[in-house]
Design a protein around this ligand. Structure first.
Ligand code: ASP
Length: 450
C-alpha cells in the first residue's frame, strides 16, 4: 500500500486514468460489436504500420507478422466452417419439419425463393443504374488495361448453353449426398436437406421423432461451437484486418478510388432499400435493425464469406431480430447459399465500369442479360471470398465485354468483396425478418433495441 506523499499522489493523479480505464472497460464489457469495431480499427492501424506504404518494416517481415496476427482469425473461420455443413443440414430439416403441412411449406418456399430472385434482380439493376449515373469508367482509357496484370484474372467461364441446362439442373440433385457433404457442395446439400425436410413433414410423429431428436442435438452442438468461436471474434477481426492492410499498399486503391466509391454507394443504396423494407413491412426501425445486426455485419465484412458467418446469422436472426427459429433455420442457410444481393449489385457496377472503359455501349437486351446472369450466377455460387469476381468473368463473357478487364479490378477486389459480403448477409437477415412477419409470428426482442 502507498503511504505518505505517494498516497496523496495516488489520489490525485492516477484517478482520472483509473476512471478512464474502468469507464472504457464498462463500455466494452458485453458489447461485442464495440470490441469488434476496436479490433477492426486497431487491425487497420497495425496493418498499415506493417505494410509497404508506411515502410517501417521490411516487406517480408511485415508479411510474416501479418500472417501470425491473422492466426486467431483463421482459427475463428476454421472453427465456424467446421460445423457449417452439419448445421446447414440439421437447420434446414428442422426448420421445414416444424411446418404443419406440405401446403404451408410450399407457400413459405415459394415466397422466400421469389423474394430472393426479385431482390437479386433489383440489386443488379441498382448497380447498373448507379454506374450509369456516376460513370466511374469515364476518363479511363483502354491503355490502362494494358498495364494491368492479366495473369491473376480468373479464366472466363461460359454460362451453360440451352442444350446443357437440363443436365445442369439434374446435377443439382446430389447423386451421393454424403459425397456432396464431403466436397462441401453447399447448394446440393441444401437441396438434399430440403427434400428430407419435406419428406419428414409427411411422416407420422412417431416415425419422424428419432431423426428430429438426433438433428436437434446436432444443431445444439454446432451452435455451442459457434458460441465458443464468438469469443475470438474481436481478435479474429483485428488479425484479418492487420494482415489485409499489411499486404496491400494504399496506391492500389488510389487509381481506382472512384470505382470503389461507386460500388460502395450502390451497396449503401441497397442497404437503405432494405432498411426501408423492414421498416415499412415489419415495423422495425432502421436504427434498431442496424443495432441488432452490427456485429454480424462487421464479421461478414472482415471474413468476406457469408457462408462462414451463416451460423452467426441464424443466431442473430433468432436472438436479436425475433425471427421464429423454424423460419431463421430455413431462410438463412438457404439465403447464404443462393441469395447474394451485394454480389449481384457488384456485377452491375463492374460490368458497366468495364463497358465504359472499353467504350462499349450495352444495349437494353445486354442490360437485361447482365441482370439475368447476375441472378443465375449468384444462386449457383457459394458465399465464399472472391466468388463475385469469378461470376463477373462469366457475366462479361455473355455480353461481349473482354473478360481480361477483370485484371484491372483485382487490386481493389478485396475491399469490395468485404463490403458486398456484409450486404449479402444483411439481405439474408432482411429476408428472414420479412418472412417471419409474413408468416405472422415475428417480434422485436428487447435486446434488439438496446
Ligand atoms: N464473398 C462473398 C460472399 O461470401 C461473395 C462474393 O465474392 O461476392 O458472400
Amino acid at each position: 500500500m502507498t503511504t505518505g506523499p505517494l498516497r496523496y499522489l495516488d489520489s490525485i493523479q492516477p484517478q482520472p486514468l483509473k476512471n478512464l480505464s474502468s469507464y472504457l472497460s464498462a463500455l466494452v464489457e458485453g458489447r461485442l460489436w464495440l470490441k469488434v469495431v476496436i479490433g477492426l480499427v486497431l487491425g487497420l492501424l497495425v496493418g498499415f504500420a506493417l505494410g509497404p506504404t508506411a515502410g517501417l518494416v521490411e516487406v517480408d517481415t511485415g508479411a510474416l507478422v501479418g500472417n501470425w496476427l491473422a492466426f486467431p482469425g483463421m482459427l475463428f473461420l476454421a472453427a465456424v466452417q467446421m460445423i457449417v455443413i452439419p448445421l446447414v443440414f440439421a437447420s434446414i430439416i428442422l426448420g421445414l419439419a416444424s411446418s404443419e403441412n406440405v401446403d404451408q411449406l410450399r407457400q413459405m418456399g415459394l415466397t422466400v425463393v421469389s423474394f430472393f430472385v426479385v431482390t437479386t434482380a433489383a440489386a443488379a439493376s441498382v448497380g447498373l443504374w448507379v454506374a450509369a449515373l456516376m460513370k466511374p469508367g469515364q476518363g479511363f482509357t483502354s491503355d490502362l488495361l494494358q498495364q494491368a496484370d492479366v495473369s491473376d484474372a480468373p479464366p472466363p467461364l461460359s454460362p451453360p448453353g440451352l442444350e446443357e441446362i437440363p443436365e445442369t439442373l439434374i446435377r443439382l440433385l446430389p447423386g451421393n449426398p454424403l459425397g456432396a457433404m464431403v466436397e462441401g457442395q453447399m447448394l446440393q446439400v441444401v437441396i438434399f436437406a430440403i427434400i428430407v425436410g419435406i419428406a419428414l413433414v409427411t411422416l407420422t410423429p412417431a416415425q419422424s421423432k428419432p431423426l428430429l431428436e438426433l438433428l436437434t442435438s446436432l444443431q445444439q452442438v454446432c451452435m455451442t461451437v459457434v458460441r465458443w468461436a464468438m469469443v475470438l471474434a474481436p481478435f479474429a477481426v483485428f488479425g484479418l484486418m492487420a494482415r489485409l492492410t499489411s499486404q496491400i499498399g494504399v496506391d492500389a486503391l488510389v487509381g481506382m478510388a472512384f470505382y470503389v466509391v461507386t460500388v460502395i454507394t450502390g451497396l449503401i443504396a441497397l442497404l437503405i432499400l432494405y432498411l426501408v423494407l423492414v421498416w415499412f413491412i415489419a415495423g422495425q426501425s432502421p436504427m434498431s435493425f442496424l443495432r441488432a445486426t452490427r456485429e454480424l455485419m462487421l464479421l461478414a465484412f472482415s471474413t468476406s464469406s457469408s457462408a462462414a458467418v451463416m451460423p452467426l446469422s441464424i443466431k442473430t436472426a433468432e436472438e436479436r431480430l425475433g425471427v421464429r427459429s423454424s423460419i431463421a433455420q430455413f431462410v438463412i442457410p438457404l439465403g447464404a447459399t443462393i441469395n447474394m444481393n451485394g454480389t449481384a449489385l457488384y456485377q452491375g457496377v463492374a460490368a458497366s465500369f468495364l463497358a465504359q472503359v472499353y467504350g462499349i455501349e450495352i444495349s437494353i437486351s445486354g442490360l437485361a442479360l447482365i441482370v439475368a446472369m447476375a441472378v443465375g450466377a449468384s444462386i449457383g455460387s457459394p458465399g465464399t471470398p472472391g466468388v463475385g469476381i469469378v461470376i463477373l468473368a462469366m457475366v462479361l463473357n455473355s455480353v461481349g465485354i473482354p473478360a481480361e478487364g477483370v485484371a484491372l479490378l483485382l487490386g481493389v477486389d478485396r475491399i469490395l468483396d468485404m463490403s458486398r459480403t456484409a450486404i449479402n448477409v444483411a439481405g439474408d437477415l432482411v429476408a428472414s425478418k420479412l418472412m417471419s412477419h409474413w408468416m405472422g409470428d415475428d417480434e422485436t426482442p428487447e435486446e434488439a433495441t438496446g
